[in-house]
Design a protein around this ligand. Structure first.
Ligand SMILES: Nc1ncnc2c1ncn2[C@@H]1O[C@H](COP(=O)(O)OP(=O)(O)OP(=O)(O)O)[C@@H](O)[C@H]1O
Length: 244
C-alpha cells in the first residue's frame, strides 16, 4: 500500500486554480520533496493532504483512508511541522512536549516518558528547561518537529523546515531529518535546492499548480540533460513546456 496516492487532486480559490489535477504516488518510508517557485501550489497541496483544507475535486488516499471521506482517520496517521513553528512561546521545551503528548491522549506518566524519549533523541536536553521563546530559530524548529512526532505519526509533513536558519543550524536539522528517514514517511517542502538534493529519495517539481516532473535527482537531471540539479529545476519549474 502506498503512503499517499492522489487522484486528480484539485484546489480552486474562486477562479484561481492553486492545485490542478495532481496525481502523485508516495511510498511508505520515502522522504519525498515538493519543490516549486512561489505560488506553485506546494503549501496548498500539503494543506489538502493534512486535511487542513478540503479539495475542490479529486482525492488523496493516505494509508488507505481518503481525505475527502475519512479525514478523521487520516488525521490519526499524520502530523505536521508547519512553516510557522507551532511551539507555545511561554512554555519550556519540556512543557511544550508534555502538553502535546497530553493532547494526543497520553496520561501524565506516559507524557513524561514520551517527553524524555523525545528530548534524548532530538538532543534537546541542554534546552529542556528554557522557555521556547528564548530559543534560536534552529532549536525552535527542532522542538516543533519533535512535537509533531510525539503522536507517532506514520506520515510527517515538514513545510520549509529550515527556512531562515543559518547554514550550521540547517545542517544540524538535516542530520535530525536524516535520522528519521525510513522510519516515517516524510513529505518536505523547501526552497533550498541543496536541501532537497541532500535529503530526498524522490522529488516532485510543481509549477502553476501542476505537477511538472517526479523522480530522483539523477533522473530529473538526466531528463533535462543537465548536470546540475539547479539547472534541472530551472528547466522544469518555469511553468513552460510539457511535463515529464
Ligand atoms: N487562501 C487562499 N485564497 C486565495 N488564493 C490562495 C489562497 N492560498 C493560496 N492561494 C493561491 O494559490 C496559489 C498557490 O499557493 P501556495 O501557497 O500553495 O504556493 P506555494 O508553492 O506554497 O508558494 P510559496 O513557495 O510562496 O509558499 C498562489 O497563487 C496563491 O496566491
Amino acid at each position: 500500500m502506498s503512503a499517499i496516492q492522489t487522484r486528480d487532486l484539485t484546489k480552486k480559490y474562486k477562479e484561481k486554480i492553486a492545485v490542478d489535477q495532481l496525481n502523485l504516488s508516495i511510498e511508505q518510508g520515502e522522504l519525498f520533496s515538493l519543490l516549486g517557485v512561489n505560488g506553485a501550489g506546494k503549501t496548498t497541496t500539503i494543506k489538502m493532504l493534512s486535511c487542513l483544507s478540503k479539495p475542490t475535486s479529486g482525492d488523496a488516499v493516505l494509508l488507505g483512508d481518503s481525505v475527502a471521506t475519512s479525514p478523521m482517520e487520516v488525521k490519526k496517521k499524520i502530523n505536521v511541522s508547519p512553516q510557522e513553528t507551532a511551539v507555545a512561546p511561554n512554555l519550556t521545551v519540556k512543557e511544550n512536549l508534555e502538553t502535546i503528548a497530553g493532547l494526543y491522549g497520553s496520561n501524565r506518566k506516559e507524557a513524561v516518558k514520551k517527553t524524555k524519549e523525545m528530548i534524548e533523541s532530538f538532543g534537546l536536553s541542554e534546552v529542556e528547561k528554557s522557555k521556547a521563546k528564548t530559543l534560536s530559530g534552529g532549536w525552535q524548529r527542532r522542538l516543533s518537529i519533535a512535537m509533531a512526532l510525539i503522536s507517532n505519526p506514520q506520515i510527517l509533513f515538514l513545510d520549509e523546515p529550515t527556512l531562515g536558519l543559518d547554514v550550521l543550524a540547517r545542517r544540524d536539522l538535516w542530520r535530525t531529518i536524516e535520522q528519521l528517514k525510513g522510519k516515517v514517511t516524510i513529505i518536505l517542502t523547501t526552497h533550498y535546492l541543496e536541501e532537497a538534493e541532500a535529503l530526498s529519495d524522490r522529488i516532485a517539481i510543481m509549477a502553476k499548480g501542476r505537477l511538472k516532473a517526479v523522480g530522483t535527482v539523477k533522473e530529473l537531471m538526466s531528463h533535462t540533460h543537465t548536470d546540475k540539479f539547479e539547472d534541472a529545476f530551472i528547466a522544469l519549474a518555469s511553468g513552460n513546456g510539457a511535463s515529464l
